[in-house]
Design a protein around this ligand. Structure first.
Ligand SMILES: Nc1ncnc2c1ncn2[C@@H]1O[C@H](COP(=O)(O)OP(=O)(O)OP(=O)(O)O)[C@@H](O)[C@H]1O
Ligand SMILES: [Mg+2]
Ligand SMILES: [Zn+2]
Length: 294
């Protein structure tokens, strides 16, 4: 009975909204969610009866004996719901992590030249050693005191690689981590605001909520998105609201300081320069090095 499955899915969605609410995130009022949840459960029961089953037929099949799949046990959020919540929060990491072996253990330093170029104080390798340790420490001790990071540098230097490594470690430690490119993220904001399709709009709204509220947001390829008045202001409010909420963000970009100021204006530039720790990636494009070696 696919309708039962659909109803169960809807109840699950409401449970997640409840957790978001309980963790202080903005959303619909709890009474409304509860009312809706009870209505769905009543429909499910009626549907079972209509099809010749006892209304409580599925109730003995609780996945969680502690809370009987309500998400609440003894006035608290049940551990099963917390686990589900984290899983939902990190499901979009799949495309980033599926590339597989981009971890701190597989990060190679021999791609970065050991010799300093003229006029530079250190070599790319020294610089990348520093960046690698910073990122590793960052991931392993991630918490509310962590800074925001900004990875800057040319293409193919390992920015997305180290972002993925950080995402993996922090997500495994139980933090909610979201990954998106600037253009993907802004497309979501646009859909939330302008879409006429209700489903697509609701979907985008839930994603936007996640992007605003997750513990760690990995924002990749800043500067490659199409810039409009809307995307510019959406980006500004995203960065600003995460700063104000004490939520951490790791940004990657090919732009330097002037590039950022020129493209996004002084307000955003001031936040990115003042509130982010900048890590300047150096070396030669590893995509090119790999091609030469094959
Ligand atoms: N230190 C490294 N060790 C092993 N592989 C690496 C390393 N750095 C990068 N790579 C590989 O090189 C390729 C390019 O790296 P990555 O995508 O991280 O570059 P990027 O700095 O994000 O570039 P862009 O600015 O173009 O997005 C990827 O396939 C990545 O797995
Ligand atoms: Mg990249
Ligand atoms: Zn439970």
């Amino acid at each position: 009975m696919p309708e039962i499955q659909r109803l169960d899915g809807a109840v699950r969605g409401l449970m997640l909204e409840l957790v978001e609410l309980a963790t202080g995130r903005p959303g619909r009022p709890g009474e409304e969610l509860e009312r809706e949840s009870l209505a769905l459960q009543a429909r499910r029961e009626a549907l079972l009866r209509e099809n010749g089953w006892p209304g409580e037929y599925l109730d003995s099949l609780y996945r969680c004996p502690r809370c009987r799949d309500t998400g609440w046990a003894g006035g608290e959020i049940c551990a099963c719901l917390e686990a589900l919540y984290k899983q939902e929060q990190t499901r979009d990491l799949a495309p980033l992590l599926r590339q597989g072996d981009e971890t701190f253990e597989t990060f190679r330093l021999d791609y970065y030249g050991p010799a300093a170029s003229a006029g530079e104080p250190g070599s790319p390798r020294r610089q990348m050693e520093r960046i690698y340790s910073t990122c590793r420490l960052y991931a392993e001790s991630f918490g509310s005191e962590s800074p925001n990071l900004l990875f800057t540098g040319g293409p193919g230097l390992g920015k997305t690689f180290l972002s993925a490594a950080i995402a993996r470690v922090t997500a495994e430690a139980g933090f909610s981590v979201a990954y998106d490119t600037a253009s993907g993220l802004l497309a979501c904001f646009e859909r939330e605001k302008f879409s006429r399709d209700e489903d697509s709009q609701a979907d985008a709204a839930s994603r936007v909520r996640q992007l605003l509220s997750c513990d760690l947001l990995i924002l990749d390829d800043l500067g490659t998105e199409m810039l409009t008045a809307f995307t510019q202001s959406a980006l500004y409010s995203l960065i600003d609201s995460r700063l104000r909420g004490g939520k951490k963000t790791v940004i990657s970009t090919n732009l330097d300081r002037e590039g950022i100021a020129g493209r996004y204006g002084p307000q955003l530039a001031s936040r990115l320069c003042g509130e982010y720790q900048w890590l300047e990636f150096q070396g030669r494009d590893i995509r090119a090095i790999r091609k030469e070696n094959t």
